[in-house]
Design a protein around this ligand. Sequence first.
Ligand code: FEO
Length: 388
Amino acid sequence: MKPVRIKEDIYWVGGIDWDLRNFHGYSTGRGSTYNSYLILDEKKVLVDTVKVHLFPEMVERVSGVADISGLDYIVSSHTEMDHSGSLPELMKMCPDAVIITSPNGEKALRKHYTHNWKTKVVNTGDELKIGRRTLKFVLMPMVHWPDSMATYVPEEKLLLPNDAFGQHIASVERFDSEVGLDILTGEAAKYYANIVLPYGAQVTKVLETVSKLDVDMIAPSHGIIWEKHISRIKELYAAWASNITKEKAVVVYDTMWHSTEAMAKAISEGFAREAIKAVPMNLETNHISDIMTEILDSKYICAGSPTLNNGLLPSAAAFLTYMKGLAPKGRKALAFGSYGWGGQSVDQIDEIFKNCGFETFDKIRTQWVPSKSELEDITSRVAGWVRK
Ligand code: FEO
């Protein structure tokens, strides 16, 4: 468990969570890391901790280059316990260390932990000289919680933005030049779609702030450090935060006896007829967090469920609840589904789409098993809708 030098006298000392597969509903197939950074100057500073089960790993890494009891400052960028969870154990080892946090971080730490730690509250623009280097603080409310903040080290051109620019990847590699860019940007997209998506306006402000800083390394609190591809991840964040979408459709559905599935395929064919890529995603075989990743850059969202007991299939209800919470904006949407009697599921999907502020197409439902001509009619209607 060695520390990894990222700059002179600055080390990655985090924990690697190889086994993580579920981050409150987000499927993390590649695991994750909780990145802590140790800055050794006249003052010794640790930026963020790790989930508590990986605390021994973090201690071992810090101890490879410093006496952990000699920490002067601990920056708590964000109170969510993947980053603050080891503070109680750590503070037993360095009780005189001062915790630097945002105003909302100070309040949140008091509600998470019973403590009498020394704290220093900082705001955007505040600076702390730690020797040769300076720590400059930038509040980033709602990226990801109201307490979130970034630390910038101008002498090193180093930005530590906590959750922003993160990816859930467990890896022995630490830098973007060591991991395939497609994997990295794919996981960054999944992270954005499932964690950051509701906060586009706040991300835009963060990007404005970052654009004024001289940065050659962005070291987030999850995954890989950006160095070679900083401009690429900033471009992607700018597009995602602005809800820039492609001519692309995601057709999400579940099915009981393949009727709604047949409708999903007919709808996908309608997009294809207009040369628009459509991705059918069966809720039985696709995780909702992977569906959100596809939705991130899709202009069209179609969702289908047969009617079950006057409502939706539970898988469709779960997806729609999850999607509504993540609040994609400016999409065009289509509700569809089969039914035997009643047919309420389609109205319920359509209502959720309207509540999301989407522009909706006339909902489509078929009774029992759709005939070949009904499916052809669905394809034609969708193609006509897209053509308008
Ligand atoms: Fe990685 Fe919002 O915590």
